[in-house]
Structure formats: C-alpha cells, structure tokens
Write a protein that binds this ligand. Structure first.
Ligand SMILES: Nc1ncnc2c1ncn2[C@@H]1O[C@H](COP(=O)(O)OP(=O)(O)OP(=O)(O)O)[C@@H](O)[C@H]1O
Ligand SMILES: [Mg+2]
Length: 499
C-alpha cells in the first residue's frame, strides 16, 4: 500500500503529493528564511499524516502544541521534566505508540539541546520490538545540530548533535523518519543535512544558503537564484518521495493554527499615558525567591478555566454563569466519573490517552461536557486520584504547602509524593512498594523503591527501616511521619487507597 498525502498544489495546479512510505526511508529537509512558511508546511505534513503514522515534533517555540487539541498529540512541556524523565518519556511514547509534541519553549539553548537529545535518545534506544514507523519532525533544526560551536557547553552540543546525527543517519532501520526544517542551511551541520534525500526549498536570500541549497539539489548556483523570488508558502520540491525533477508547489491550508499568529501592525493607543516616565520606569516588582511557574493545583480555578476555554471554542454553548455551589457539585461529579474510570480492572496501567478518551465520553454522557478538564489537567487529577487524594483537599493550607514541595519533582512523581504525604499527615502506615508502584502507574516494585530513593535524594523525605523491616517516611520540614508499614505488603492490605 502506498499512502500519498497531499501537501498542496503544484504551480501548474495539480495536487502535490508526498509519498509517506518513501519519506520514511528517505527523510526530508526543509529550508527557507524566516516567514517563508516552513512551520506551516510542517504543520500541513503532520496534520495530513496524523491518521497514518505516529509522529513527534521537537518544537523549540511551542508552535505546535495546538495539534494536541485536534489530533490528540500528547504535549510534553520539557521545562517540567528532567533529562532522565524525558529519556523514558521518549521510550514510552514509542512503546505505546503515542504521538507527542516536545515543547521546549522557555528553556535556554543549553537545556533545549540537552532535553531534546534525551527525548530523541529515548525514541532511538527502544528495543527492536518497538521499531514501528514514526515521523520525527525537528523545527529550527540548526538549534540542535549547529554547524559551528556556539555559546553552549561542549557537552550539550555533543549530546544534541549526536542525537540528530543518529536520527538522520541511523534512524531509518529503527523506523524513525527525520524531517528537519531550518532557516539557514549554512548554520546546519553538514552531515545532518546531507542525510536527507528529499528537499523542500523555500524563499532564501543569502548567497551562502543558496549555494548550499544548490549543492544539495545538484543545481547550478545560477538556477538557485530562483529561490529568492519564491513567495511565502511556495517551495521547490525534489526527491524520491516528492518529485524526480525540481517541482514548484504551494502548500495548502492547515486545520490548526500556530498558537501565536504573526504580530500585526496596530495603531498605537490614542490617549497619551498620563506620565509615561513614572509608569515605565517605576521600580521593578520584588524578585520572588523561587519562581513558581504554576500556581498550586486548585481544582476549582482549573475547572473554571477549563470551562471558559470550552465556552470559547463553542460559542453556541454559552450558559448563564454558574454559582459556586453548582460548580462544586459539578466538580464532584467529574471526580466521580474519574473514580468510575479508575475502578476498572487494570485502569492503573493503561495509557493515559486511552483513559482520557473514556473519561471525556463518560463526562459527556453525564452532561458535563462544558467542564471537562483538558488533558494536562486530567493528568494532574489522575496523579492525585491514583495517590488517593480527592479534590476536597485542594483548599487545605497544609496541602498547598505539600503541593509546592511536590512541584519540585517531575510531574509523574508528584502523585506518589502526595500519597506519602497524605499517609504521613494522617499517621497511616507507610504505603507498600506495590501501592507506590500503582500510584506511579507501574507494576515494577523495583521502580517504586528507586522512586522513593530519588525523592529522598531530593531532600523531601527521610526513609527509615525499623528492626523488623517496616518502613517509616518522614516529610522534611513538615515533620509529619507515617506509621511503620511493611514495604512488601500486598496492596489490598493497605487501607489508604481511596480510589
Ligand atoms: N501556505 C501558506 N498558506 C497560508 N499561510 C501561510 C502559508 N505558509 C505560511 N503562512 C503564514 O505565514 C506566516 C509565516 O509562516 P511560518 O510561521 O510557517 O514561517 P517560518 O518559515 O516557520 O518562519 P520562522 O523561520 O520565522 O519560524 C504564518 O502566519 C503562516 O500562517
Ligand atoms: Mg517557523
């Protein structure tokens, strides 16, 4: 079977097709100056191929997060995870065949490189059983495979360049099809660019980029002059998956749009500021000790936000504002739906995307469509629910404090920490390894123990064993302590799981 996806139209007006199977074997390089339409092109490609093949996008600017809403890509905010966390996220995404957007927005160059490398490493290192075809799209590829050393450390550059080289040179056997886009061909490492056999060349101004492009395409440099005159959204295509001879094409429309459109010129405000000097040059606000990116998880606020977001998308669904009691009542019903979903056998070990779909359907059946939490919020609810915490605890001050501490940990560990904190607060026995593993969505007891060690190393808890091998966990600073509990107890013996 060949799958041809439509990228747009040729300048002659015929549909311009991209052969997906061929693309998997021969990779793609997109180049064009800023504003030439590369990201739009990538979006078109991703949208058209989403039903056919798993995909991941390395997204330095957070341009592609909107694919999550429409096509179900899991958005991973790299800022919130460690390199190790991202490496396993990459592996798991492959094993469970979930399409992802790695959002690197907000990180400095060094960390963008390190985290992208970790995630790509995870995709790459997975066992042979999981070598399914997958598109790996890297926008602004020159950031990850720079031609010359920049201001980042040698180590970061080596990691990132290594990951990109693996993707483009050794990815094919593993089913990984590299698709890379760059503003400046001359800034992209040569060996990385050279591994693509398909090219889409957009508007290019600088001679040095034009020369590189001509070399790659096997064109006369004089011919490459034509790249100067391409319009936005117009590309010259060449390669086995596209066309055997250089072919002009215009990229078609997309279903989703980048989160931030191009800034447009706007008339300046008419009224002059009363005292521009006083306002603009006022003393800066005091620096916060620890910048807290996310406010603590107050479910009520989040549901409010989810609701207004839902209303924005569907204007016909506008309802009168609902009272606090109503909201609390709906919140409880959403919680109940979640508990019902989680009560199913094996729910603890199913992929989150599957759980979420089911959750959304059940919410709709319950008439709760307007307050359905989005996927990130669902993930947080799930973590809390698996840890045995209800939304009723959101208002408790001591819990706010626990949540702030929890936010120091990678997101997937926060629930476990909260579960232990709950047991400590209530003076319950320390959860067993099995209970911890379950809260983490894993069957592995060893992983549960490693997790505890990790949280201890972060200085959040202290674990102690007594003479008969029972474990006590004490929360640092809060000094709440669990009762001694048997680490090897069967999960059913633990009374603390209220899910
Ligand atoms: N084929 C197209 N049809 C309609 N609009 C397009 C098309 N291509 C690009 N655009 C629009 O032009 C603007 C710039 O495109 P895009 O963001 O894709 O450029 P880019 O090459 O990725 O630029 P940069 O290198 O700065 O990221 C966007 O607002 C985009 O929506
Ligand atoms: Mg772009």
């Amino acid at each position: 079977m060949t799958v041809a996806i439509e990228m747009g139209h040729t300048t002659a007006g015929a549909p311009a097709a991209l052969d997906l199977e061929e693309l998997l074997a021969t990779r793609l390089l997109v180049q064009g100056n800023s504003g030439s339409g590369k990201s739009h092109l990538l979006r078109r490609l991703l949208e058209q191929s989403a039903p056919w093949v798993q995909q991941t996008i390395i997204d330095p600017e957070g341009d592609f997060v909107s694919l999550g809403d429409r096509f179900g890509h899991l958005v991973i905010d790299a800022e919130e995870h460690t390199e190790r966390g991202l490496q396993s996220a990459g592996e798991r995404a492959r094993i469970h065949r979930v399409s992802t957007v790695l959002n690197l927005e907000g990180l400095d160059a060094e960390n963008q490189m390190r985290r992208a490398a970790a995630f790509l490493g995870g995709l790459f290192e997975v066992a042979r059983d999981h070598w399914y075809p997958m598109l790996v799209v890297v926008d602004e590829a020159q950031l990850f495979a720079p031609a010359v050393a920049g201001e980042v450390s040698d180590e970061a550059r080596k990691l990132s360049l290594g990951a990109m080289t693996n993707l483009m040179c050794r990815g094919r056997k593993r089913g990984l099809a590299g698709i890379i886009a760059t503003q400046r061909l001359a800034k992209l490492a040569k060996n990385v660019a050279a591994e693509a056999s398909n090219f889409l060349m957009g508007r290019t101004f600088l001679d040095i980029d034009m020369a590189r492009a001509a070399d790659l395409l096997g064109m006369e440099r004089r011919q490459a002059e034509a790249f100067r005159d391409l319009e936005r959204g117009q590309f010259m295509a060449l390669g086995p998956a596209l066309s055997r001879r250089p072919l002009g094409l215009r990229i078609g429309p997309t279903e989703t749009s980048p989160r931030n459109g191009t800034p447009r010129l706007m008339p300046l405000p008419e009224a002059a500021l009363e005292d521009a000097r006083a306002i603009i040059l006022a003393a800066p606000p005091p620096e916060t000790v620890r910048p807290q990116r996310r406010s603590s998880p107050d479910l009520l606020d989040q549901l409010m936000a989810a609701k207004s977001a839902a209303l924005e998308i569907r204007p016909e669904a506008v309802e009168p504002p609902i009272s606090a009691e109503d909201l609390a009542e709906r919140r409880e019903r959403v919680d109940r739906v979640l508990r019902a979903v989680l009560a199913q056998p094996d729910a603890g070990f199913r992929v989150i995307g599957v759980l979420y779909q089911e959750f959304v359907v059940r919410c709709r059946i319950e008439g709760l469509a307007s307050v359905v939490p989005d996927l990130p919020e669902f993930r947080r609810m799930l973590t809390r629910a698996r840890a045995g915490l209800g939304s009723d605890m959101a208002g408790d001050d001591a819990w706010q404090d626990v949540s702030v501490r929890a936010s120091l940990l990678p997101e997937d560990m926060q629930g476990v920490f909260m579960m232990i904190a709950r047991a400590a607060k209530e003076g319950w026995p320390c959860p067993s390894d099995a209970a911890i593993a379950r809260a983490y969505g894993s069957h592995s007891l060893r992983r549960a123990r490693r997790l505890l060690t990790y949280i201890e190393e972060q200085g959040l808890i202290v674990c102690q064993l007594d003479g008969v091998g029972r474990r006590t966990v004490t929360l640092v600073e809060l000094a709440w302590a669990t009762a001694p509990g048997d680490p090897n107890a069967e999960e059913a013996e633990q009374g603390s799981l209220a899910v």
